[in-house]
Ligand binder design. Structure first.
Ligand code: ADP
Ligand code: MG
Length: 253
């Protein structure tokens, strides 16, 4: 069913924006290898370049220098091999849940039967059975994000790139969505690059946490999370890692 998972190789990526004549270095010297099937979180305060880095991987933003390889091939622009999920769900309001999920395959001229199959598969995977004919305005925030994830997966990408996808959800829904996302990841075995500024979210989800610091955006530390899943948010080891990362982030306040 699923395609493979992408191996992502980021080498010496530098990105500066020229804004009202001023040169702003958003990313400096970013090098990172993400294994096929790995779940990494980019963690750091606002302005440290998380979105810029994700957008470089997605192909929406071109690095000023440095390279990004996806399974050995340079990223030249956006592609169906990478599914992107944003904080604002970005659904088309005049399309139903099913139509939104089928949009990518339809644009790529996939056959109607295959579109139906993809929609059925991913509606079920994200737990939206029975909601196929609803419109986005008729859904809760968590449900909209489920549609966003299903829509990204319907293209059968090799990587999911997620930019604070649960940032606008209430605490309870956010935890539920984190649990669901891990189940989806275990089923689909995609590579996931997940941006967050929440320490507990990163610890709950990631194989490795890429801690970033601002001005200019750099990788400050890479923290492997060795706690077995499903992780207990109230455990002592969770708390210890939380404080360790909090201390790292404080160094740049
Ligand atoms: P984060 O997602 O971690 O909050 P961003 O990648 O959005 O960080 O931004 C990193 C830095 O680059 C910030 O200082 C931001 O103001 C700047 N920046 C981001 N996008 C642009 C842009 N299109 N033009 C100019 N500056 C930008
Ligand atoms: Mg951002």
């Amino acid at each position: 069913m699923a395609n493979g998972a992408a191996q992502i190789e980021i080498d010496s990526v530098h990105k500066s924006y020229v804004d009202v004549g001023v040169d702003l270095t958003a990313l400096e010297g970013i090098s990172l290898s993400v294994r096929a099937g790995e779940f990494v979180c980019l963690l750091g305060p606002s302005g440290c370049g998380k979105t810029t880095l994700l957008n470089c991987i997605a192909g929406f933003v071109r690095p000023t220098s440095g390279t990004i390889l996806l399974n050995g091939e340079p990223v030249q622009g956006p592609g169906a091999d990478r599914g992107v999920v944003f904080q604002e769900h970005g659904l088309l309001p005049w399309y139903t849940v099913a139509q939104n999920i089928g949009l990518g395959p339809r644009i790529r001229n996939v056959s109607a039967a295959e579109i139906d199959e993809a929609v059925r598969t991913y509606v079920a995977l994200v737990g939206l059975d029975g909601f196929e004919r609803r419109f986005p305005a008729q859904l809760s925030g968590g449900m909209k994000q489920r549609v966003g994830i299903a829509r990204a997966l319907a293209n059968r990408p090799e990587a999911l790139l997620m930019d604070e996808p649960f940032g606008a959800l209430d605490a309870q829904t956010r935890q539920t969505m984190q649990e669901e996302l891990l189940k989806i990841w275990e089923r689909e075995r995609k590579t996931i690059v997940f941006v967050t500024h929440s320490i507990p979210e990163a610890i709950y989800l990631a194989d490795r946490i890429i801690v970033m610091s601002p001005r200019p955006g750099r990788i400050q530390a890479i923290v492997p999370v060795e706690i077995p899943r499903i992780r207990d948010r109230t455990s002592a080891e969770f708390g210890t890692l939380y404080r360790e990362i909090e201390d790292l982030l404080k160094q740049h306040r």
